[in-house]
Ligand binder design. Structure first.
Ligand code: UDP
Ligand code: MG
Length: 316
C-alpha cells in the first residue's frame, strides 16, 4: 500500500476561545512529527458564545487540514463528539479534548499500536491529581456502581473519550441510533481488539470546566440508565422480601392474639413501616420516571445536533 493513511482528530469546543490557538499549535507540531500520515482536524464548535468560532473559521481558511462544524446552539459534548465522528473521513479517528487535558503527545504511540493491530487504543489516566479530590472520588464511585449494575458493558476505569478508533469501530458506532448518547458506554459496547496506554492528566490550559456537579450527576444517571435495567427490576425483589416478612408477621400477630387475646400497641412500628414502604415506592416511581423520560425522548427521534454551517475543505 503506497497510499498515505489519513487520520482524523476530532475536538469539541465550547467557549474555549483562550485556548484555540495554543491547541492548534500543539496539534500542528504533533502532525509535523508524524509526517508519514495525512491528518485532518475536525473541530466542532458546540454553540460557543465567545470568540471560539471566529478563531476556528480563521484556521479553516488558512489550513486545509482543518474542518469546522458549527452547531446552531450548545448541544453538549456527547453530541459534539458524535458530529465530529460523523464528519471524520480518516482511517482512524481520535477524539481529544480541546483544553489539552488529553496529551496530544500520546497520538504517536496510539498510532503505532493501531498499526500493529489494535482496533481501539485507550488512554487511561493514571494520575488525576489535577482534578479535585471530590471529582476523583465521585468518578471512581461512578465507575464502580456503573460496572456493578451493567455487567455487560464494563466501562474501563479512568478512561475518557480520548482514544484511537479504527474505521471499522467508527462505522460500528455510527450504527447505534440512540439519542441519549453516553459515549464512554457506547465506545465500550461496540467492543473490538483493545490496547491501553497510560498517561497523567494535566490541568486545563485556559478557561474552566464546563461540567458542574449537577451536570456530572445527570451524566452518571445517563450512563447507568443507558446500559442497565437493574434499577428498574430490583423493586420486584424488594417487594417480594417485604411481602414475605409482612405475611409471617401477620401470622405471628394472629396466633398471638388468638392465644393471649391481647391487643398489640403498634403505632410506632406502623408508622415506621408505612414510611419505609412509602419512600421505597416513591424512589421506585422516580426511577421508573428516569427510564420513561428517556423512552419519551428517544421516541421523538429528534436529530442529535443541528449544524448551522461547516467550514473548510472537502465538506461533508
Ligand atoms: N465541551 C463541549 N460542549 C459542552 C461542554 C464541554 O464541547 O457542552 C468540550 C470542552 O470544550 C472540552 C471538552 O468538552 O474540549 C471537555 O470539557 P471540560 O474540559 O469542561 O470537561 P472536564 O475536562 O472538566 O471533564
Ligand atoms: Mg477538561
Amino acid at each position: 500500500m503506497s497510499q498515505i493513511i489519513k487520520i482524523s482528530v476530532v475536538a469539541p469546543f465550547f467557549n474555549e476561545g483562550d485556548g484555540v490557538t495554543h491547541f492548534y499549535r500543539e496539534m500542528c507540531s504533533i502532525f509535523a512529527s508524524l509526517s508519514q500520515y495525512d491528518f485532518e482536524l475536525v473541530c466542532v464548535d458546540d454553540g460557543s458564545s465567545d470568540d471560539t468560532l471566529s478563531y476556528l473559521i480563521e484556521l479553516a481558511n488558512t489550513d486545509n487540514r482543518v474542518k469546522v462544524i458549527e452547531f446552531s446552539r450548545n448541544f453538549g459534548k456527547e453530541a459534539a463528539l458524535t458530529a465530529g465522528i460523523d464528519y471524520a473521513t480518516g482511517g482512524a479517528v481520535i477524539p481529544i479534548d480541546s483544553d489539552l487535558q488529553d496529551p496530544p503527545e500520546l497520538i504517536g504511540e496510539m498510532i503505532e499500536l493501531w498499526r500493529s493491530g489494535a482496533e481501539v487504543v485507550l488512554a487511561k489516566r493514571v494520575d488525576r491529581s489535577s482534578d479535585t479530590a471530590l471529582k476523583r472520588m465521585t468518578a471512581s464511585a461512578f465507575y464502580r456502581i456503573h460496572n456493578l449494575l451493567s455487567s455487560e458493558t464494563l466501562i474501563p476505569e479512568n478512561v475518557g473519550d480520548f482514544r484511537l478508533m479504527d474505521r471499522v469501530v467508527v462505522d460500528a458506532l455510527k450504527r447505534l441510533p440512540e439519542r441519549q448518547r453516553f459515549m464512554k458506554g457506547l465506545f465500550a459496547w461496540v467492543g473490538f481488539k483493545t490496547k491501553t496506554l497510560e498517561y497523567v492528566r494535566s490541568a486545563r490550559i485556559a478557561g474552566e470546566t464546563k461540567f458542574s456537579g449537577w451536570r456530572l450527576w445527570n451524566f452518571a444517571l445517563e450512563g447507568i440508565t443507558s446500559f442497565s435495567l437493574l434499577p428498574l427490576k430490583v423493586w420486584t425483589y424488594f417487594g417480594l422480601i417485604g411481602a414475605f416478612f409482612a405475611f409471617f408477621y401477620a401470622l405471628y400477630i394472629i396466633i398471638r392474639t388468638l392465644i393471649f387475646g391481647v391487643d398489640l400497641p403498634g403505632y410506632a412500628s406502623l408508622l415506621v413501616v408505612s414510611l419505609f414502604f412509602g419512600s421505597l415506592q416513591l424512589i421506585s416511581l422516580g426511577i421508573l420516571g428516569e427510564y420513561i423520560g428517556r423512552i419519551y425522548f428517544e421516541s421523538k427521534q429528534r436529530p442529535l445536533y443541528i449544524v448551522r454551517k461547516s467550514h473548510g475543505q472537502s465538506q461533508a
